[in-house]
Design a protein. Structure first.
Length: 228
């Protein structure tokens, strides 16, 4: 097993329904924020840690995303028959990713501060961790109205609870994906499995994070980008 991930998974298959009319003819990852497709901000973060392989899963309006991503050297895992959610999508992409731990990244957020993937890489300890999530204190989020997803103890182990929101970026081992019989499932099932074995950890992000899952998030993200 490599100690530093050599592959990255970029989630790009979703329908983007929270974006309303904006995604009626365009997949959410291609919506522009400050003149650039949203997915390119995630690609910048990934390219900065130099993985050997980058894979994106596609389902909704896949031809548009393929035309944008293939020239950038991104390998494509098409989910043509049905959308597989994050867990099923990651498992389906393993022939392209390999079997070692991988970075995964959502494509609907803007990060302002140090590269979250680099922070995860430097803190990753596969001897005691099965996943290391980049989480954001609620006070450092923009466009988020909840109380958080996780609570961390002093060692960084996390459990479900308030305080930290999962920012959509992590390092995770993938062998546990084989324990689920269903074809389509969420990574939450994998995290619950890891938590039961005390091997689910998080880092707290020191910068700011903006959710771009809804139309109003575009202007908020552009304001954040203009401030850095």
């Amino acid at each position: 097993m490599t100690r530093t991930p050599e592959a990255a998974m970029l989630f790009a298959a979703g329908f983007g329904t929270r974006m309303g009319a904006l995604t009626s003819t365009m997949p959410k990852p291609l919506i522009e924020v400050a003149g650039r497709p949203l997915i390119d901000y995630a690609l910048d973060l990934i390219n900065d840690v130099h993985p050997k392989r980058i894979v994106a899963n596609l389902h909704y309006l896949p031809d548009q995303l393929e035309a944008h991503l293939a020239p950038k050297g991104v390998l494509l895992s098409r989910e043509d028959a049905e959308i597989l959610e994050t867990g099923g999508g990651l498992r389906a992409a393993l022939p392209l990713l390999g079997t070692d731990p991988v970075y995964t990244a959502n494509s609907d957020a803007i990060w302002a501060g140090p590269n979250p993937l680099a922070l995860l890489r430097d803190a990753w300890d596969p001897d005691r961790m099965d996943a290391l999530l980049m989480c954001v204190p609620v006070a450092r989020t923009i466009g988020y109205m909840g109380t958080g997803d996780f609570t961390a103890d002093a060692s960084g182990r996390i459990t479900r609870g308030p305080g930290l929101i999962y920012g959509g970026i992590q390092i995770t081992k993938t062998d546990g994906l084989m324990n689920f019989q269903q074809k389509s499932f969420s990574l939450n099932l994998l995290w619950d499995q890891m938590h039961s074995q005390d091997r689910l950890f998080a880092l707290s992000y020191p910068g700011q994070w903006c959710d771009v899952g809804r139309p109003e998030g575009i202007a908020l993200a552009e304001e954040l980008l203009a401030s850095v």
